[in-house]
Design a protein around this ligand. Structure first.
Ligand code: DP6
Length: 329
């Protein structure tokens, strides 16, 4: 197939990992140290339109209406090179990306960004990739994007090379009442990117080997909990897994953490809610913000308690969301 003569637009949603990816075996191909598992959310998504055009002298990338230069541009251009290689073309591309995150920032993610870009760029280049191949391609941009090709519960099989490291759906349509309450505690960009943070953990934490062992076990347990609709096990193991990932960072040399004082406060509030009989569990990615896993009947109690502590605008409710879609205007 030939490159398209008009832009191709794709939409992908972000995902929250229940069993985290925190470390690479291969930095260049983004092959992880352990398999991971996530829930794609309905609230936070990215729309990206791509067209390869003969007349362009360089890739032209706009993000939320602003032309990217320097590092931002380079990262996307490197990814487009992978697409160009696959399609056997050399044309530059125009890329127009819009991130849809309710209330400003704090939850934006490279997962939805690279999943949408993988979809739009591959199709615009004339490729017709399977979902698995799209997930392998998205992986080359950012590891967590591997899972955002799929909706609902999805996994990333770690594999050992480019072919064997791919995403797959576990339960695309989630037919139970899971909700995720997100609390935005800090909107500023993080000082240590996930890429740097996980590199430091692999290289210097004496507990890294134990992380790989426990995360591998957690993967099987959470997978079974999803099949059994066993929310308590799913929540309990997800929270433990997140705390262990963050413990790796504290045990790195030099030690670092993504938590701030509000993060610890929010964790305490969730523990209090649990003690009061509400099954809710928290998970935290490479930043101070908290996501609380709960079922629908507990949402009001969780939202009320978190809003009282952090303000109404800091709290957002999300539900399971869809996988990659193509959009025709
Ligand atoms: C804590 O996918 O952002 O969210 O592959 O280096 O781009 P790179 O990292 P990224 O890391 C995500 C880390 C995490 C856990 C997860 O999503 O599994």
């Amino acid at each position: 197939m030939k490159p398209t003569t008009s832009p191709v637009k794709a939409r992908a949603h972000t995902n929250i990992a229940l069993v985290k990816y925190w470390g690479k075996k291969n930095e260049q191909l983004i092959i992880p140290q352990n398999s991971s598992l996530s829930l794609t959310l309905d609230q936070f998504y990215t729309d990206t339109a791509v067209q390869f055009r003969d007349e362009l002298a360089a890739d032209q990338i706009t993000f939320n209406g602003q032309l990217l230069t320097d590092d931002g541009q380079r990262k996307i251009s490197r990814f487009l090179n992978v697409v160009r290689d696959l399609a056997g073309i050399s044309m530059h591309a125009s890329v127009d990306t819009v991130n849809h995150v309710p209330t400003a920032a704090g939850l934006a993610s490279s997962a939805s960004g690279f999943a949408a870009l993988a979809g739009a760029a591959s199709r615009a280049a004339g490729l017709a990739l399977s979902s698995r191949d799209l997930s392998r391609l998205a992986r080359r941009g950012s590891g967590s994007a591997t899972r955002s090709i799929f909706g609902g519960f999805a996994a990333w099989n770690m594999g050992h090379d480019d072919n064997s490291s791919y995403g797959y759906p576990i339960e695309e349509t989630v037919d139970w009442d899971i909700a995720v309450v997100a609390v935005v505690l800090n909107k500023t960009a993080k000082k240590i990117s996930s890429r740097q943070g996980m590199r430091a953990a692999v290289a210097t934490s004496p507990f890294y080997g134990a992380w790989v062992q426990t995360a591998t076990r957690d993967f099987d347990t959470v997978r079974q909990a999803i099949a059994d609709k066993d929310f308590e096990t799913l929540g309990h193991v997800s929270e433990e897994n997140a705390m262990r990932m963050h413990a790796l960072n504290l045990s790195a040399d030099p030690s670092f953490t993504y938590f701030n004082a509000d993060t610890l406060h929010a964790i305490t509030l969730i523990h209090e809610l649990r003690d009061a009989g509400y099954p809710c569990y928290c998970t935290i990615d490479a930043g101070p913000n908290i996501k609380v896993l709960c079922r629908e009947p507990a949402v009001t109690a969780v939202v009320t308690k978190l809003q009282a502590a952090f303000g109404n605008d800091a709290v957002l409710v999300a539900h399971p969301g869809p996988g990659l879609t193509f959009i025709t205007d």
